[in-house]
Design a binder for this molecule. Structure first.
Ligand code: 4NP
Length: 157
């Protein structure tokens, strides 16, 4: 089983959305039995909470159900357990690399937008303090990146 971890700051907006979009895509392609998705935040401030209501609503309108609960990334387990760790923005990427103290897992850490195929985005913008359009933009980027990620995974399975 290939294991993928999506990581943002609070694990209530971008990374749970990435998890939901990817799970739906894997299911559609019949690969949900071969790839496991999870998400986490670099901070534990929202631990135990469901995804942000605005993110859930925006996702639901596109047919995605976000039902994960927020948790903080756990360096003692997650680096070893997951095959790919995908950061939503540069700050997340820096923080994740910082947690990899001995630099044993560098090759597992990616930017989510590395897998975009049509969007020009270089990061997934934090929608938390903005308006509804921010959540749509997050989903637009994630749908594009998840498509590219699926292709990479398919090559490796
Ligand atoms: P996320 O969004 O990192 O996409 O889950 C945020 C969630 C919470 C906060 C910031 C961004 N916050 O400051 O609590």
């Amino acid at each position: 089983m290939k294991k993928i971890l999506f990581v943002c700051l609070g694990n209530i907006c971008r990374s749970p959305a990435a998890e939901g979009v990817m799970q739906a895509l894997l299911k559609k392609e019949g690969l949900d039995g071969q790839v496991w998705c999870d998400s986490a935040g670099t901070i534990g401030y929202h631990s135990g909470e469901p995804a942000d209501y605005r993110m859930r609503k925006a996702a639901e309108r596109r047919g995605y159900e976000l039902n994960s609960r927020s948790r903080q990334i756990n360096p003692a387990e997650d680096f070893e357990k997951f095959d790919m760790i995908l950061a939503m923005d540069d700050s997340n990427h820096r923080d994740i690399r910082g947690l990899d103290r001995l630099q044993n897992y560098r090759d597992k850490i990616y930017m989510m937008t590395d897998f975009c195929r049509t969007k020009k985005a270089t990061f997934v913008p934090d929608p938390y303090y903005g308006g509804d359009q921010g959540f749509e933009e997050v989903l637009d980027i994630l749908e594009d990146a998840c498509g590219g990620l699926l292709e990479k995974i398919r090559e490796e399975l």
